[in-house]
Design a protein around this ligand. Structure first.
Ligand code: OAD
Length: 248
């Protein structure tokens, strides 16, 4: 299933950096964004739900949509692809996981030191003072819930919002800088389950100018042509087979 050259490269790898996108969570039942028919953006307009303007225009609609997405991801389970990345990290001297995903499934699978480029839907943050609550540790019962508006911050009375990056917002500066530095220094760069359409995350493989670039995706993407290896298929199947084949 895998070329001897790829297996040897991975056995020799000293620093592996992995960038994941929504495709890595698809087999957990979490919808991607751009897959035709099943992607979120096929059913919802991101401009109406995933931007600061949308939240200002209709905070309760945005709050409720993200609450629905949060319930979906909290009900989902990490899949074999998530767990294979945990295994891979145990075999490689220097391993870093960068994710565009906001579903927290890498954390629940046991991955550590995750760089979250787009935030995390299981956290909420006050839009004014940035007070943050991790809803996997503290539930909403401690907040005053309303039928007409998002919960308000106990400190400054402004609305809580999902702790995710919205369209038109900048990515967390430190996370992005760290991701770019890691891409520049690694010898193997994986791009897994991402359509490679959303920048600046999609530029990371271009920073990996010293690395062997390996793409795992069900379909071809904008990166496929430039990748050194393009493994076409489901990450939940390819990753466990690859980890087994290389590291036994
Ligand atoms: P997309 O929905 O754009 O792309 C998902 C990719 O995963 C596609 O290339 C699919 O072919 C692939 N895919 C689907 N199922 C797969 C599977 N089982 N195994 C492997 N690949 C599979 O999602 P992203 O690229 O993650 O931004 O989107 C990037 C960003 O755009 C997201 O982080 C989000 C979205 O708007 C923000 O939230 C800021």
């Amino acid at each position: 299933m895998f070329s001897a050259k790829l297996i040897e490269i991975l056995k020799q790898a000293r620093q592996i950096v992995v960038l994941t996108g929504a495709g890595t969570s698809a087999e957990s039942g979490v919808p991607t964004f751009r897959d035709a028919q099943t992607g979120l953006w096929a059913h919802y307009n991101p401009a109406e739900l995933a931007s600061p303007e949308a939240f200002k225009r209709n905070p309760k609609l945005v709050w409720d949509w993200y609450s629905w997405r949060r319930e979906t991801v909290l009900a989902a389970q990490p899949n074999a692809g998530h767990y294979a990345l945990v295994q891979m990290a145990r075999h490689v001297p220097n391993f870093h996981l960068i994710t565009q995903n906001v579903d927290g499934l890498h954390q629940r699978a046991g991955s550590e030191q995750i760089i979250e480029l787009h935030g995390n839907i299981t956290r909420i943050r006050c839009e004014h003072c940035s007070h943050t609550i991790d809803l996997t540790k503290q539930n909403l019962d401690s907040l005053t819930l309303s039928d007409t508006e998002p919960p308000r911050c106990a400190s400054c009375n402004h609305y809580y919002r999902p702790d995710v990056v919205w369209f038109g917002e900048n990515l967390p500066v430190q996370a992005l800088q760290q991701a770019e530095q890691l891409a520049q220094s690694c010898d193997v760069f994986f791009s897994i389950g991402t359509s490679s359409q959303v920048y600046p995350a999609a530029a990371l493989p271009l920073y990996a100018n010293k690395a062997v670039v390996i793409e795992i995706n069900r379909e071809k993407t904008a990166l496929t042509q430039q990748a050194d290896f393009a493994l076409q298929g489901a990450s939940g199947e390819i990753l466990p087979a690859l980890v087994e084949c290389v590291w036994g």
